[in-house]
Design a protein around this ligand. Structure first.
Ligand SMILES: Nc1ncnc2c1ncn2[C@@H]1O[C@H](COP(=O)(O)OP(=O)(O)OP(=O)(O)O)[C@@H](O)[C@H]1O
Ligand SMILES: [Mg+2]
Length: 582
């Protein structure tokens, strides 16, 4: 089976559960023995004496025989229970391992990988496709050994019958019919693969619309999109129903198809048995063996369907799992402690997509300790430029150096420990304010955290909250105002105390009090650090020790405010517009 080979690299997940898988199999075999062997044995050997003509059994003997019934069911119940328990335990553990690997991979993939995909679809892959894979692997653990074994046994019985002389012709015919059952299995399997791919992709789209909608709950209300959004989601769930039913249509056709084929086998056997005149006993045994050969075929067919669906899910998971981690630690990293922070861009070229160059051959040196303001029209490449320093993206050409060291020669953790970032729209985690601050430097002491909050003018509003530093900020920090979030982000940067500071100034206007606090905090934060600041404010630009003017992916001018105001027409127009707007 090709689908089996496809899953083969993932059987280490099953191997990791080697303590529970054998238990599941042993209890499964015991269950099969008590139901498949024990119950018929009871019927065949234990009951007849009771009803034997002129039996005259003692009452105690009858009672003992009667007691065998609940006992057999008890044994069957317990082994069946334990079989299911261990199978499920194996299943959920495998699911946990796959999900964790998937999640872990998303943490280390380049930022662009996540940005270029829909969040909802990535979530759907991590939750629904992994569940599909788990289902197949546990079914494989359960039926993958039991059913083929039963098939082999039944075939063995038929061959044995052939050699003990019970109508060789009939037996061979019985054997010849079995392969016919393979056709529906293969046909349905092929049909299911394509439909499963479509179904999982649709599930991804539905999740995307869902998560996008919740993220935009304010916009939905503001623009009156309630009905439009519901229709959009409704259309997707309707498509899901259609795809699911297409799978049901094929998967459910498999069992009847195999049953019809096996019935044909039985009928043919019957006809030939009548023709050759074999005994009833031998005939019943043949039909029994035939049944035991077709039954596993049915189960193997169902397993095949599940493996095909898992294959489709696996394709989707592998988009993440097999994606090379292109931004990774070098093989032999240079040991880096605290950097001084001299930044050099040497002939740096960058493109998000091949052929669409965003930064063109930039060369620039920013001395350690400089406060460097980046200005330029929207889309000029300022954010892209600063994102190359922490290696969020990799330069397509040229080099980015810090203190003369290529950033690609350092460990990512070393590099990023030397950089503090305050973004336009800081994101907080749904945790306490204290823990959100601590992200700046996880080993900081409580008094250091509080000092940082004070420096960022955040302390006063924090202690005014009901639970002070232990107040929970809500998902992404929704319970705080924009200005409060920015001060927390600044406090984190104070705590991190990294030699390189990257600031993307908020474009949104804050109230003048917040604004004043943040400006004062910034002035003390930048001291002694190399600062790259994407500046939107006139005051920031004027205070910078150097200014880079970006236009269409190039640095078209650089220098101090006075130089640029005298020399660059673009700078003058940007500056005049900004200072005019303040
Ligand atoms: N993730 C991305 N994938 C593809 N293209 C991108 C991506 N991010 C930015 N771009 C493109 O790169 C160019 C530079 O964008 P960048 O964000 O660096 O501009 P910017 O100068 O920071 O603009 P703004 O002042 O509006 O923030 C733009 O043309 C933009 O469309
Ligand atoms: Mg930007």
């Amino acid at each position: 089976m090709r689908s089996l080979r496809r899953l083969q690299p993932y059987f280490h997940y099953l191997w990791a559960q080697r303590r529970t898988v054998p238990a599941a199999i042993v209890y499964g075999a015991l269950y099969a023995a008590t139901s498949g062997f024990g119950l018929p044995t009871l019927i065949q050997y234990v009951f007849p004496p009771i009803f034997a003509p002129g039996g005259g059994l003692e009452t105690s003997t009858v009672a003992m025989i009667a007691a065998c019934i609940p006992l057999a069911f008890l044994l069957r119940g317990i082994t069946g229970y334990l079989n299911s328990y261990y199978t499920q335990l194996t299943g959920v553990r495998i699911l946990e391992a796959i999900r964790l690997d998937y999640f872990r991979k998303l943490q280390v993939l380049p930022l662009s990988f996540v940005q270029n995909r829909q969040v909802g679809d990535l979530i759907s892959r991590g939750l629904s496709d992994t569940a599909q894979l788990q289902q197949a692997i546990t079914l494989m653990a359960n039926d993958g050994i039991k059913q083929p074994l039963t098939l082999v046994m039944a075939l063995g019985y038929l061959v044995w019958q052939a050699f003990t002389g019970q109508g060789v012709g009939i037996v061979l015919l019985c054997l010849a019919i079995i392969p016919l059952a393979i056709f529906p299995v293969r046909f349905v399997g092929r049909k299911i693969v394509k439909r499963a791919q479509v179904l999982q992709a649709q599930l991804g789209s539905a999740t995307s619309v869902f998560s996008e909608n919740l993220a935009a709950s304010r916009e939905v209300r503001a623009f009156g999109l309630e009905q439009q959004q519901t229709n959009r989601f409704g259309a997707l769930t309707h498509d899901l129903v259609i795809s699911q039913m297409k799978i049901v249509k094929y998967a459910q056709a498999l069992t009847p198809a195999i049953e019809v084929i096996s019935a044909g086998g039985v009928a043919l056997t019957m006809f030939l048995a009548y023709d050759t005149g074999i005994s009833l006993d031998a005939f019943l045994a043949l039909v029994g063996a035939l049944y035991f050969a077709y039954e596993p075929m049915k189960k193997i067919g169902a397993l095949n369907n599940e493996l095909k669906r898992a294959g489709a899910s696996l394709d989707r998971l592998e988009v993440v799992l097999l994606e090379p981690v292109s931004i990774a630690d070098p093989v032999s990293p240079v040991t880096v402690d605290r950097l001084k922070g001299e930044l050099t861009f040497a002939n740096v070229t960058f493109a998000y997509k091949t052929g669409e160059t965003v930064l063109h051959d930039l060369t620039m040196r920013i001395p350690a300790g400089a406060v460097c303001a980046l200005v330029g029209p929207s889309g000029a490449g300022k954010s892209t430029f600063v994102n190359l320093v922490p290696r969020f993206f990799e330069a397509t050409g040229g080099k980015v150096l810090i203190d003369g060291l290529d950033v690609r020669d350092m460990r990512l953790a070393d590099l990023r420990r030397n950089i503090a970032i305050v973004s336009q729209d800081p994101v907080l985690f749904n945790d306490s304010i204290y823990n959100n601050l601590l992200l700046g430097r996880p080993d900081a002491q409580r008094d250091e955290v509080i000092a940082a909050a004070k420096n960022a003018f955040a302390h006063d509003f924090i202690i005014a909250e009901k639970d002070g530093y232990d107040s929970i900020v809500g998902e992404r920090g929704v319970r705080l105002s924009g200005g409060q979030k920015q001060r927390i982000a600044l406090a984190r940067a104070f705590l991190r105390n990294a030699p390189i500071l990257i600031l993307d100034e908020a474009t949104s206007a804050l109230d003048s009090e917040s604004e004043a606090y943040i400006q004062t905090a910034l002035q003390s934060l930048v001291v002694g650090k190399t600062v790259l600041i994407i500046a939107h404010r006139f005051s920031t630009i004027r205070d910078a020790s150097m200014i880079l003017v970006f236009n269409q992916g190039r640095i078209v001018a650089s220098g101090t405010h006075a130089d640029l105001h005298a020399q660059s027409a673009l700078y003058r127009s940007l500056y005049d517009r900004q200072s005019g707007g303040t």
